[in-house]
Ligand binder design. Structure first.
Ligand SMILES: Nc1ncnc2c1ncn2[C@@H]1O[C@H](COP(=O)(O)OP(=O)(O)O)[C@@H](O)[C@H]1O
Ligand SMILES: [Mg+2]
Length: 273
């Protein structure tokens, strides 16, 4: 079924509202594929995260995405949607906004610190102090683990957030994994060997390797993500429905890239307790 937006009112494309064009309609947020197969990446990652014990073992949650076909700009386009995760009276405050509001020159503070480990610790603990969210360091570690597993290289400070209601804070469900799984085919062209793309990807927000970012965070705050390794067969099964939205000629290549990414990344980083 193709979604037709009633209002046709696009959510403002401000930087804090992300890059992908998006619409809000009947309690759901819709985002349009921009540089490749972001909708598939969001959908597959959230389905695979269902197999983790995140929501039973930790107070943290993640956003569920599903594929959508949307009629926009006079054409049927692919994207994904998610239920609005804000409860009445709640707003989302991205870390970028939070630190600006507190008058912190975040970039300068982080640049002055001597190592990635110190930068991670500062961001984790300063956010915990500003919000009173004592487990924010664990939450940040979990985010980095999810990004490292799915190769999401877009965890900038507008994709990390907290929720606020009447001056009280809460953890934001993990959102926006759409840059994972090599979905941006402009940055990661289809004709380049995925192994090379996987090797050269850089983790945000600290612009280091995915392994280093995770190892530092885990050494500081412990492992947070518990998820069994996926078999290639399980991955291919999870891909079937989302793939059906994409052109027949691209399906095989997308499936191979996604499988190779997760099968490679789940072996890393070598366990270090
Ligand atoms: N399900 C949702 N519930 C509430 N707010 C949302 C939801 N999805 C997106 N948003 C809002 O849109 C912003 C950008 O969403 P994001 O998924 O990061 O988009 P992009 O992929 O374009 O960066 C979020 O910071 C949040 O303010
Ligand atoms: Mg975003």
């Amino acid at each position: 079924m193709t979604v037709q937006f009633v209002t046709n009112e696009k959510v403002a494309e401000t930087s804090s509202k992300g890059n992908q064009e998006k619409w809000q309609d009947s309690g759901r947020w819709y985002k349009l594929d921009q540089f490749g197969y972001e909708g598939l990446a969001e959908t597959v990652i959230s389905r695979l995260l269902e197999r983790s014990s995140m929501e039973t073992d930790t107070p943290f949650r993640f956003v569920r995405y599903r594929m959508e076909r949307m009629h926009v700009h006079g054409r049927d386009r692919n994207g994904c949607s998610s239920a609005d995760f804000l409860r009445p009276g709640e707003s989302i405050i991205t870390l970028s906004h939070l630190f600006k509001r507190e008058g912190h020159a975040l970039r300068d503070v982080l640049a002055r610190l001597p190592s990635d480990k110190k930068r991670i610790a500062w961001l984790a603990e300063e956010t915990a102090a500003l919000t009173g969210l004592a487990l924010f360091p664990q939450y940040l570690t979990l985010l980095f683990e999810v990004d490292a597993l799915f190769l999401n290289d877009d965890r900038h400070l507008n994709n990390i957030a907290v929720l606020e209601k009447d001056g009280r804070f809460d953890y934001c469900p993990i959102f926006d994994n759409g840059a994972g799984l090599l979905s941006n085919v402009q940055i990661a062209p289809m004709e380049i060997d995925p192994a090379a793309l996987i090797r050269s990807a850089k983790a945000r927000p600290f612009n280091t390797t995915f392994n280093r970012q995770v190892i530092h965070a885990r050494n500081l705050y412990g492992r947070q993500l518990h998820i069994e390794a996926f078999s290639e067969e399980a991955l291919r099964r999870a891909l079937e429905e989302p793939l059906s939205y994409y052109a027949q000629r691209d399906r095989g290549l997308i499936a191979d890239r996604v499988c190779q990414t997760i099968l490679t990344r789940q072996k890393e980083p070598k366990s270090r307790k």
